[in-house]
Design a protein around this ligand. Sequence first.
Ligand code: SF4
Length: 302
Amino acid sequence: MTALLKNCKLCPRACGADRTRVRGLCGANDQIEAARASLHQWEEPPISGTRGSGTVFFSHCSLGCVFCQNRQISRRDGIGKPISVQDLAQTFLSLAQSGAHNINLVTGAHYVPQIIQALSLARKHGLQIPVVYNSSGYECVETLRLLRGYVDIYLPDYKYYSSYYAARYSHAEDYREVAVAAITEMVRQTGAPQYDANGLLIRGTVIRHLMLPGLAGDTAQVLRDIADRFGDTVLVSLMRQYTPFDMQDWPELDRTITDDEYADACELFQSLGLAGFFQQAGSISESFIPAFDGTGLEECKL
Ligand code: SF4
């Protein structure tokens, strides 16, 4: 499966890099790089539960939004610790032993072949908890199909309806078409949400939408499109935690979401009959951004 890295088309950028020799457009070569693995409390309640979600933050990203809150690790030159497939499997097992309700793979599209190898190895050594695939939504259907049978819960963003905003803020004019096809494949794999006896999500797709300043109309179109296409087969998480950093080149993004903007979006959400999650005003906090210092990345003892 690592042959896929020799002419990489794992993501919609399809840059064709030979990652055994160079880094691709996203910044990844054939060595897994990650910045943190820990129990994370900041996901939606049925994913974080009481003990936390076993989150692995991978370095680099194929989307590259100008407002990214994880820019320290997501940029082409983002920081990260090189780890082997065996180390990643060990990290999954250690998170499960620490009580994680699930394994949560954050922005791993460019490492899908290695992630599959690591999950197979960890399962052979007893990993049983659900696997969450946490994604920008900018994914290739072919790559997602490789994950069938390995991922239980998809957690994709649906960031923009408008191709203008997608091009301006993520250099991806085709974002909506790509994300809709990707989410359709995710829903096809998971089916409708399923919970365990404690109310924790064990299967399903949760679509996240992060509201951006001044884009209330785009948010409304995203919510309507989700309702039309997916109805009650998905959960929706409407997020207001956007926090501006160094936005001098995009001054229109240099503020947080107002209470009125969020309240209007929540009202539409409810009128469309969507099911899912809202956030409190107090959730606007840098506490969502953990230290990317290599915490929790284990060396293989298998
Ligand atoms: S995952 Fe990275 S290397 Fe592969 S096609 Fe996308 S940008 Fe290029």
